[in-house]
Design a binder for this molecule. Structure first.
Ligand SMILES: C[S@@+](CC[C@H](N)C(=O)[O-])C[C@H]1O[C@@H](n2cnc3c(N)ncnc32)[C@H](O)[C@@H]1O
Length: 217
């Protein structure tokens, strides 16, 4: 998903494998590899030496994008974190509200939180892709700022572009996560303490079911 020839910021880089790969393969000219932890940054330091990309990859201690300058990166990549944390990191960087910036996120859970943040804040999801590695499914999505706030139905945050994609892995990923939602609905049904969550999840599931019915008819 990374546009060729653009500068990159890898948020939560850990071993800096991603920026090293992008430089070594001529995809990106420069990258900032950020992490909140000193330990991961030490890992990153070792990698950039081993791969001989110290000149191209700047290492930065940073909580999210807090210490990353707007002019340092066009491609903002956040991989391997929960959807809620990704949404929080995106929400704190006002400078992402710029159509030239390209966001790429790979949530390990709760992708709906990322989709909701993006859609409610004027970003448009451009693409979603699912891949399988060692029996696990991974979702990556990319988005741009448009400034337009469109109306999305409640089910959208749970299905995103996965069903439109039409490939087997997207379908498999959707079904796995939709099953989780349906189990949760069944688990909290009738419990007063979870009424708000129940109402929101039920609206999303009803919306998805309606879409299935429409597709069949
Ligand atoms: C599971 S690793 C993912 C590493 C790599 N991005 C990947 O996908 O393979 C998560 C990394 O994110 C870092 N991290 C967690 N919260 C962060 C934050 N708020 N800002 C920057 N980095 C963060 C952790 O220190 C850790 O190195």
């Amino acid at each position: 998903m990374v546009r060729r020839g653009r500068t990159v910021c890898d948020v939560g880089t850990d071993h800096a494998y991603l920026p090293s790969y992008l430089i070594l393969n001529g995809i990106s000219p420069r990258a900032v590899a950020g992490d909140i932890g000193e330990g991961p940054l030490k890992n990153a330091e070792k990698s950039v030496k081993i791969y001989g990309v110290e000149e191209n990859v700047k290492l930065r201690l940073s909580d999210g994008l807090d210490n990353i300058g707007e002019d340092e990166a066009d491609e903002i990549i956040i991989c391997g974190m929960g959807g809620n944390l990704i949404a929080d990191i995106l929400s704190r960087a006002e400078w992402l509200r710029n159509p030239d910036k390209h966001i790429i996120a790979q949530p390990m859970s709760h992708a709906e939180d990322v989709r909701r943040f993006l859609c409610e804040n004027g970003f448009e999801i451009e693409e979603e892709r699912v891949c399988e590695d060692d029996g696990r499914l991974y979702l990556a999505l990319s988005a741009y700022y448009t400034g337009e706030k469109k109306e999305y139905s409640p089910g959208f945050y749970y299905r995103g572009l996965l069903l439109k994609n039409g490939d087997a892995l997207s379908k498999k990923y959707f079904e796995k996560h939709y099953t989780r939602v349906k189990k949760r609905i069944a688990g909290i049904e009738g419990k007063d303490a979870f009424l708000e969550e129940y109402t929101a999840l039920k609206a999303a599931a009803d919306d998805i079911e309606k879409e299935f019915e429409n597709a069949e008819s």
